[in-house]
Design a protein around this ligand. Structure first.
Ligand SMILES: NC(=O)C1=CN([C@@H]2O[C@H](COP(=O)(O)OP(=O)(O)OC[C@H]3O[C@@H](n4cnc5c(N)ncnc54)[C@H](O)[C@@H]3O)[C@@H](O)[C@H]2O)C=CC1
Ligand SMILES: CC(=O)C(C)=O
Length: 258
């Protein structure tokens, strides 16, 4: 079997970690990318403990375009090629639109939207050069399907990622590069903990009550685990998904239906 190489941003913990570990079990060489060095190293080391030299970690801020382009060059130098780029890194900022702090809003767009833009751009240039197609997968959200109160900036960034993914799918199809988006609902990770804590603070309730109120909306009756999202990314990078592009797939246990 020929060598397959995947870059997963924000894979030091949460959903990205589950994706990196899953792709490693599917024989991908994985680039574990995170702004936090210790978590990226931890995930890379744990993958290498199972199969030597299958992972490497890279520390960078996806908001920095040059770092993202350098990342692709380094990964190609280290592993020889690129097949899959998962733009998973993202941050949340919870506040009313009236009270939103401009610096936090700018940072959120820099990471979520521009970071994804640079990731698509850098990956597409490399995949086009290789001439053998590829897969680009982006993290959007349930918040990319319906806006929620207190999530104005976050939701806007995620709607934009879906639009960006559709444009990229149209532009890159001629190179046999597919571009798809995953839209998780409520996934148990530190990011979701922050959302529930901060939302509860503003609403003057508890994080537990806030969490339960969103879980009550889930038809399947439970919040997602990061592996539930990794299952879908595993499908999107598989041969079985070769004819799917420009789509965004809700992984929300049945919260919104469309
Ligand atoms: N947890 C959830 O319920 C949902 C999450 N998502 C999206 O899924 C993605 C992953 O979310 P989680 O795993 O929950 O988040 P998380 O906060 O648990 O993990 C995100 C990882 O990305 C890294 N990161 C953050 N900013 C970065 C940057 N500028 N450059 C490089 N790495 C950076 C963090 O250090 C962290 O390791 C995000 O895009 C998020 O918006 C979407 C819908 C629901
Ligand atoms: C974090 C996030 O995107 C949701 C919908 O909770």
């Amino acid at each position: 079997m020929s060598k397959k190489v995947a870059i997963i941003t924000g894979s030091g913990r949460g959903i990205g970690k589950a994706i990196a570990e899953r792709l490693a079990t599917e024989n991908y060489y994985v680039a574990v990318v995170d702004i936090d060095e210790s978590s990226a190293k931890y995930v890379s080391d744990s993958i290498n403990a199972i199969k030597e030299n299958q992972a490497k970690y890279y520390v960078l801020d996806v908001a920095d375009r040059k770092s993202v382009f350098d990342l692709v060059d380094k990964v190609v130098a280290d592993f020889g090629r690129l097949d899959v780029f998962v733009n998973n890194a993202g941050i949340a900022y919870i506040d009313s639109i009236i009270d939103s702090d401009p610096e936090k809003v700018e940072r959120l767009f820099d990471v979520n939207l521009k970071g994804t833009f640079w990731g698509i751009q850098a990956a597409a240039k490399q995949l086009k050069k290789q001439g053998s197609g590829g897969r680009i997968i982006n993290a959007a959200s349930l918040a990319a399907v319906e806006g929620s109160a207190l999530q104005g900036a976050y939701s806007a960034s995620k709607f934009a990622i879906r639009g960006l993914g559709q444009s990229a799918a149209k532009e890159l199809a001629k190179y046999n590069i597919t571009v798809n988006t995953y839209d998780p609902g409520i996934v148990i990770t530190p990011l979701r903990d922050y959302i529930d804590q901060r939302t509860a603070q503003i609403k003057n309730t508890t994080a537990e009550i806030q969490r339960q109120s969103v879980v009550n909306e889930i038809a399947l009756g439970r919040a997602a685990l990061p592996d539930d999202v990794a299952d879908v990314v595993s499908f999107l990078v598989s041969q079985q998904a070769k004819y799917i592009t420009g789509q965004s797939i809700l992984i929300d246990g049945g919260m919104r239906f469309h």
